[in-house]
Design a protein. Structure first.
Length: 333
């Protein structure tokens, strides 16, 4: 019964922590996540594509999928097109966007929104690096599923480094994220609260097999937008470790060392005695740290009426520190 109870408690605590992380990521990045409508006209008629995207620069640069801002069929002759973007939710007014660059090979595109000088620029997501994200890493997303407002894509995992789509090997991550149509182009976040990928496709023939483009594949677009990547975002949950920056919990060696000197006449003093004692200690124990504790002195008159002094000095010797266990950015190094 105890084992079961502890298991239930762990699940409750784990789920509570995940809910808190999800709420933080949503609150921090909602305003920088956008819904995209691409309308186009061809000789055969009009077409509409929907998707998601995310703002990466205050000047209004947006990353999404190339297929979100392209005709449904590649051979169609487009006679006219427009891109409409709503940032932060469907209740917000749409703005017209410009397609700056399409990269069909990677299924990525860069858009630009009009400047917002009065508001101090557009809100942005924190972009991370996906170069070394291991299989098994936790992921979550934001996006606009078809006919829905901005919503969380609940936590899943990166389940493979590459995938095969239509018989072709692609450098897309396979994930267990619950992506839906309309999430294409939306931001995918890691546990440190940074965007590490772009939602791209779902596998309709399998359960929880969906695909994400690593953000590293969009580096050329980030360079165009002059975006700098960050190690962690506002909602970072760091791993736990011992590190020198955390402070010392205790020392393996921790003791008081002291010394009384011999009686001697003038030409010497308490400070000189302590300095000499400290120098001897440092030579004998070069790996130790010494902290001054206290000093003292005694005096007496000799038979021939000369004053004599002897000095005392005390240090704390500490060696082999055991650093505190904390969660911090230092644990990533």
């Amino acid at each position: 019964m105890k084992a079961i109870a502890l298991g239930v408690l762990y699940v409750v605590l784990c789920c509570t922590a995940l809910a808190q992380e999800s709420a933080c990521v949503f609150a921090a990045n909602q305003s920088a996540t956008v819904q995209i409508e691409y309308r186009y006209r061809t000789p055969e008629g009009e077409g509409l594509q929907n998707g998601s995207g995310f703002i990466v620069a205050p000047s209004g640069f947006v990353i999404t999928n190339a297929h979100v801002v392209s005709p449904r069929h590649a051979n169609l002759k487009v006679e006219g097109a427009s891109v409409s973007v709503r940032a932060g939710g469907l209740v917000n007014p749409p703005v017209e966007a410009e397609v700056v660059f399409r990269d069909p090979a990677n299924d990525l595109a860069l858009l630009r929104l009009p400047m917002r000088s009065k508001e101090g620029g557009w809100p942005v997501v924190t972009v991370g690096s996906a170069a070394n994200l291991p299989v098994g890493s936790r992921l979550m997303g934001l996006g606009f599923a078809v006919a829905g407002d901005i919503a969380i894509v609940p936590w899943g995992e990166k389940t493979a480094n590459n995938t095969v789509v239509d018989g072709q090997l692609r450098p897309w991550w396979q994930t267990s994220l619950a992506l839906n149509p309309g999430n294409s182009g939306g931001p995918i976040f890691d546990q440190l609260g940074t965007v590490v990928g772009v939602a791209v496709a779902i596998n309709s023939t399998a359960q929880l097999v969906n695909y994400v483009i690593p953000i590293s594949r969009a580096q050329h677009l980030l360079d165009l937008a002059e975006v700098k990547t960050s190690v962690a975002g506002r909602c970072a949950v760091f791993p736990e470790c011992r590190h020198a920056s955390h402070g010392v919990e205790r020392y393996e060696k921790d003791s008081i060392v002291n010394r009384w000197g011999n009686w001697r006449r003038g030409g010497y003093n308490q400070g000189a005695f302590c300095n000499d004692f400290l120098a001897d200690l440092q030579r004998a124990h070069p790996q130790s740290t010494f902290t001054f504790v206290k000093s003292d002195e005694r005096s007496r008159m000799t038979w021939d009426r000369h004053a004599e002094y002897k000095y005392y000095c005390e240090f704390r010797r500490q060696e082999q520190p055991l650093f505190e266990v904390r969660r911090s950015i230092a644990c990533l190094r």
